[in-house]
Design a protein around this ligand. Structure first.
Ligand code: MOS
Length: 735
């Protein structure tokens, strides 16, 4: 199905199943421990041996000697994989570095060996007996030091890295009110609950990998490229995933080394990375330096806006697109967004939780707060003044598919009691605590991706959906079931959803907040075809045949779906293709965050007191799962503001804090009751579901709202994230 024009009325509009807060249909399996995650799929490979990965002890250089004899002689050891016996391996285009080092080492903790043994403990002990000698070379580990060597990267999937409209420099110079601020964000680690894990088995020349992966078709493609075996020989399965956040968009060392280990020992092999391997062996969100300049008239209208961002990456792999939201969020005739990329020798930087926008808002939305103060304007008002209903770079020819930013701002301000805020900082006290309010806008691009599905009906009228879509804890199983139930006119429990097998039709996968909207659209397309087939078989007009209450009806005739499906049942497969709709319309989901903080006047500790997020993201397919995603994302954004930071050892080139005791993420005690409001909206230009992405929207902006609230509480303007107490301590108002 080609989606080329705004969606007209369709069966999804009935809203009998879609739009209702259904519990996750996989919830019971998850809470009863019967949902088998990658490392636990023992029934599929009962005789699997255990593999443990040994990582490089240096960041850059070469392996001069690797001796596996002591490890191989250790009790229970079945074999050791190193570059010497692994055969020829390629680096896939999806990776910054090879997943197995040797003789060159590209980053700290890059895999140098996999030790396979009868038990996990035997493998772990033997891994310590692998002797590796290195000749280290000098590396580049400090973004600030490499900033001036950064260059403009090549255009990637998100278009050119730089965009310029009008004449920023002269418009900025001529602006009556100006701000020019530079912000830094550190590297972040995904720290998903389930570290990467895989079981691999060979059946002849067929390779089976049971893994934890967000993008099944990419996993097949990249495994094929790395191992040099054909796509058809590779089977990937990933039905349950304990969080991904972007780290599982691509196969990592666990999958590839499990395959190599299984080939070596001629037995299935299971490999899980341990927590401490997550920051350095896998990927992370790169650190950024961001300079924002905004010039405004004294009326508050933006005349010039520039967002210049620097990030670094291993082998100059790819940049962090921190300027993404600045291209679309506010009006202003003269604009500039640039990205520069420095070569660093830290581990691979890659997509994490709203790549680009998540850290881009941390600077832009604080800059807007600084501008509001200079203008003596309310920050909500400043944003409303600079709203724009079309792409500010392309002009009115490219309107937004839908944009309710102003509605989010107004609703949020009213609900939160924003008018009670004292614009003058450091005025409100509650005992030892300084109290402040802050807010920020949220914009997350709404990409859409082709997505295919197969929908089957059996002789009992039961519906089964098959697609290689994944559920990374987001609710895919549930919203896909809701979509099929709505389309076929059956209750939710008459639908079974089967996901994440590489032999199912290729979906969009889970990433970039396109998963929910695009994959349900794929099921919509397949159901539309199945409806047409059922109608045609009955000799009825597919356009006017209706599907309701387990029956299909046409003029005065009606029959049960079971009857219509016949003894053999029926099946339909189709794919949604979004044609040029992304070109025609600027697409994003929007929101507004409001935060109240308390900063301890002696210790500098920040506590979050109240949080409200108001969002507009098209049709909300399931308010319960959507709310959960927004809540989670908001907690992550609070983490980015207050605690998340990978500390770089700039001498040896690695992330030092590689466990959850030292890499801090918010826990329940850090997050107060959080209110989420989702505005009514239908976006008929985004998809036939009239939905938009909601998964990554919540993280955008909230960290800046925290920063702005800290400023309001204390009068301290922090620009180097995260805002740990030490950064406030020396600047707090006198006690
Ligand atoms: Mo997302 S960072 O595209 O998984």
């Amino acid at each position: 199905m080609k989606f080329t024009a705004p969606a007209g009325p369709n069966p999804i509009d009935q809203g009998k199943v879609i739009g209702h807060p259904h519990d996750r249909i996989d919830g019971r399996a998850k809470v009863t421990g019967t949902a088998a995650y990658a490392y636990e799929r023992n029934s599929l490979a009962p005789n699997a041996a255990y593999g443990v990965i040994l990582g490089s002890a240096i960041a850059t250089g070469t392996i001069t000697r690797i001796d596996t004899r002591r490890a191989e002689a250790s009790p229970g050891v079945l074999g050791v994989v190193t570059y010497k016996n692994a055969g020829k391996l390629k680096k896939s285009k999806s990776h910054a570095a090879r997943l197995l080092a040797g003789p060159n080492v590209e980053h700290f903790d890059q895999t140098v060996a996999l030790v396979v043994a009868e038990t996990f403990e035997q493998a772990r002990d033997a891994a310590k007996l692998v002797e590796v000698a290195y000749a280290p070379t000098k590396g580049r580990y400090d973004l600030a030091a490499e900033k001036d060597n950064a260059v403009t990267p090549k255009a990637g999937p998100f278009g050119p890295p730089d965009t310029k409209v009008g004449d920023f420099d002269s418009a900025f110079a001529g602006s009556p009110v100006q701000i020019d601020s530079t912000y830094t964000t550190p590297a972040h680690s995904h720290m998903m609950m389930e570290p990467p894990a895989s079981i691999a088995a060979w059946h002849g020349d067929q390779l089976l990998i049971w893994t934890s992966n967000q993008m099944i078709a990419w996993a097949v493609r990249d495994t094929s490229e790395i191992l040099g075996i054909r796509h058809e020989k590779i089977h990937i399965s990933s039905p349950f995933i304990g969080g991904g956040f972007g780290a599982k968009l691509w196969v990592r060392s666990d999958a590839i080394l499990a395959a190599l280990g299984a080939r070596l020992v001629k037995r299935p092999v299971k490999v899980a990375l341990c927590r401490s391997q997550v920051p350095n062996n896998t990927t992370h969100r790169p650190a950024t330096i961001q300079r924002i300049r905004i010039g405004a008239g004294s009326d508050g209208k933006i005349l010039a806006i520039a967002h210049d961002s620097w990030s670094g990456n291993l082998n100059s792999f790819r940049e962090e697109r921190a300027g993404a939201q600045t291209r679309l969020l506010y009006a202003g005739a003269n604009r500039q967004v640039t990205h520069k990329l420095a070569a660093l020798d830290l581990p691979e930087g890659n997509a994490m939780r709203a790549p680009g926008e998540a850290v881009g808002h941390l600077s832009l939305e604080v800059a807007m707060d600084e501008l509001a103060e200079k203008l003596n304007l309310d920050p909500v008002q400043l944003r409303i003044l600079n709203d724009i209903q079309y792409d500010p770079e392309k002009g009115p020819a490219r309107p937004f598919s839908s944009r309710k930013l102003v509605e989010c701002l107004r609703e949020g301000a009213q609900k939160f009691g924003w008018s009670k805020r004292n614009a003058k900082p450091a005025q409100i006290r509650d005992g030892q605590w300084l109290i402040g309010l802050g807010m920020a806008s949220a914009l997350r691009n709404n990409p859409t991706q082709p997505s295919a599905a197969r929908v089957k009906i059996d002789k009992k009228g039961h519906i089964t959906v098959e697609t290689d879509m994944t559920d990374i804890g987001t609710g895919s199983y549930t919203v896909l079931a809701q979509t099929a139930a709505e389309m076929m006119g059956v209750p939710l429990h008459h639908v079974t959803v089967k996901l994440a097998e590489s032999h199912y039709p290729v979906s969009c996968g889970s990433g970039g907040q396109f998963g929910g909207n695009s994959s349900t659209s794929g099921v919509y397309a397949a159901c539309t075809l199945l409806r047409a087939k059922l109608a045609q078989q009955a000799g009825w007009d597919p356009e006017t045949t209706t599907f309701e209450d387990g029956k299909m009806a046409f003029s005065a005739q009606s029959k049960s779906l079971a009857e219509a499906a016949g003894p053999k049942g029926m099946s339909a497969e189709d794919k949604i293709d979004f044609a040029d709709t992304q070109k025609k319309w600027a697409q994003a989901s929007f929101g507004a965050h409001f935060v109240e903080v308390a900063v301890h006047r002696v210790s500098g500790e920040t506590r979050i007191r109240r949080v409200l997020g108001v969002f507009a993201a098209g049709r909300i397919l399931n308010p319960k799962t959507a709310r959960s995603q927004l809540l989670g994302a908001m907690a992550m954004g609070i983490g980015a503001a207050l605690m998340e930071e990978l500390a770089v050892d700039k001498r040896f080139g690695y992330f030092v804090n590689h466990d959850l005791a030292e890499y801090h993420v918010p826990v329940h005690a850090d997050i107060p009751h959080t209110e989420v409001v989702m505005l009514e909206e239908l976006d008929d230009k985004s998809s036939p579901m009239k939905a938009k992405g909601v998964g990554e929207l919540g993280i955008c902006g909230i960290g800046a709202a925290v920063a702005n609230a800290i400023y309001n509480a204390t009068g301290i303007r922090l620009r180097d994230y995260p805002f740990t107490p030490d950064k406030l301590l020396d600047h707090l108002p006198p006690v």
